[in-house]
Design a protein around this ligand. Structure first.
Ligand code: NAD
Length: 468
């Protein structure tokens, strides 16, 4: 069985304890990874703290390192994408795209500037704003896009001059540990430390005295715990949390064309995307055709082991999430919902669930009100657009949302009324390295990506020089 190591102070660390990682396509343990102890975490934090002063000195050197990392990810070590499929479940081609996406994000971040901003330059005074790094960043990631979301934190944290201790989800630690192996040959010792372990390890990181910032991606529930844990030490936090994105279809769309796009906006990565479409509002007069088309698409999609040729959707990542999706669909059935397609487990091993489209359902049922984070989509009829917007906004979530129409201007006006961080028109999941991504309300605090995300890893310093 393959074994993986943590990266602490530039060295491979086997760890004094190990824990198994399950392949969601089989439900069986396929690898062992270190289960980081408190003492090992202390070593990682100390290494990051010691590495900070020299690392924060030269922006050019940091930019070069990020470009080297981007280059290394563009020619990834054999087995990186395959390991992502084995631990996460996604189809191998999609795993390859995630690796390339991580490389692209890294390369884009390397190109960002952190120039001082001159506010005043007169015979009396020179005033400029500088952006200083914070120190050590504790980065904590979830299991849906482990490599990509890890790079979203590591790359800007490093460019800004911070050092990092990162912990992936216990469900998907392997690709982040492999990223650590790559980084050992690229960054100076201690600049990026990769530790693996369970939820306790995350909690230890957020209360540890060394980090000055916690950059967290995960559920709302855990995000609140992270915010509370960071508060006594006034650590800075960026929280990228869950979503319950609504797609609002206007009555002038072409059903088949829009259904196809909405389907993939909801089911990509088996629905395990924070900003996937989680509920669809459709005008009453076109409800049946839209529901049936979405059902047909769900029926025809190829679900299977991510390593098998032709697989379009993999399993749900873990048993807990599998049980949650099952529970929400069963609850919808009890409330009289119609299962157009799916609605049950697929096969007898692993965590496969049939792509599921649910009709005759409305707000007030858990599948609509809560984040399902899996392959089950509720489709809800509406009478007038204002009411659809009101229902889309009647939630504590506010990550993203979309409006669909053959009149893009009209749709943009409706989209602007959505209470969320990204409002899309005739598309969903339009996430890019140069655009800020973050949530309104309980979907998060702060943003990632673009210059805005980079600034989140800095603190302002005003340098005010009197010339008198
Ligand atoms: P989770 O909150 O259970 O876990 C996320 C990470 O936090 C894991 O590494 C976990 O070990 C760690 N953790 C758990 N308890 C902790 C604690 N008390 N203190 C510190 N760390 C702790 O989330 P998940 O199930 O891994 O991921 C799914 C969730 O993530 C969904 O809600 C999804 O919407 C959200 N998500 C958000 C974004 C975004 O950018 N907004 C992106 C991807 C996923």
């Amino acid at each position: 069985m393959a074994e993986y190591t943590m990266t602490i102070d530039g060295k491979a660390v086997k760890g004094s304890k190990t824990v198994g990682v399950i392949n969601p396509a089989t439900g069986k343990v396929f690898a062992q990874v270190p289960d980081c102890t408190r003492a090992e975490l202390d070593q990682a934090m100390d290494a990051a703290k010691r590495a900070f002063p020299s690392w924060s000195r030269s922006l050019d050197a940091r930019r070069k390192v990020l470009n080297d990392l981007a280059g290394a990810l563009m020619q990834p070590p054999e087995g990186l994408a395959r390991s992502l499929t084995l631990e996460q479940g996604k189809p191998l081609a999609k795993a390859g795209q995630e690796v390339m996406g991580a490389a692209m994000w890294c390369s884009y971040t390397a190109s960002l500037e952190l120039k001082p901003e001159i506010i005043q330059d007169t015979p009396q005074s020179h005033v400029e704003i500088r952006r200083k790094p914070l120190g050590v960043v504790a980065a904590i990631t979830p299991w849906n896009y482990p490599l990509m979301l890890g790079i979203w934190k590591i790359a800007p944290a490093l460019l800004a001059g911070n050092t990092v201790v990162i912990k992936p989800s216990p469900y998907t630690p392997i690709t982040t540990l492999m990223l650590g192996e790559i980084l050992r040959g690229i960054v100076p010792p201690g600049v990026v430390n990769v530790v693996s372990g369970g939820d306790d390890l995350g909690a230890w990181m957020t209360t540890h005295k060394v980090p000055r910032k916690v950059s967290f991606t995960g559920s709302v529930e855990t995000g609140k715990k992270v915010a509370a844990a960071a508060a006594p030490d006034l650590k800075r936090v960026t929280l990228e949390l869950g979503g319950n994105d609504a797609a609002i279809v206007l009555s002038d769309v072409k059903t088949d064309e829009v259904a196809q796009k909405i389907f993939w906006g909801a089911f990509e990565n088996s629905g395990q995307i924070c900003s996937a479409i989680k509920r669809v509002y459709v005008p009453e007069q076109m409800y049946e055709p839209m529901l049936n088309k979405l059902g047909e698409l769900a029926k025809n999609v190829k679900v299977g082991d991510g390593l098998a040729e032709g697989t379009e959707l993999g399993p749900i990542n873990n048993q807990m999430q599998f049980e949650r999706v099952t529970e929400l669909v069963e609850d919808a059935k009890k409330h009289g919902a119609k299962i157009v397609t799916g609605g049950a487990r697929l096969g007898s091993q692993g965590y496969f669930y049939q792509p599921t489209v649910v009709g005759n359902i409305s707000d007030g049922v858990r599948l609509v009100d809560e984040e399902q984070f899996g392959p089950a989509l509720p489709v809800i009829p509406y009478k007038d657009v204002d009411d659809a917007v009101r229902r889309a906004n009647a939630t504590t979530y506010g990550l993203s949302g979309s409006v669909w129409s053959s009149n893009a201007d009209k749709a943009a006006e409706v989209a602007a009324q959505l209470e969320c961080g990204s409002a899309w028109v005739n598309q969903h999941l339009a996430i890019a390295p140069n655009l800020p991504f973050g949530g309104a309300k309980w979907s998060g605090i702060g943003v990632e990506n673009g210059p805005w995300g980079l600034l989140g890893f800095t603190e302002i310093q005003v340098v005010n020089v009197s010339k008198n």
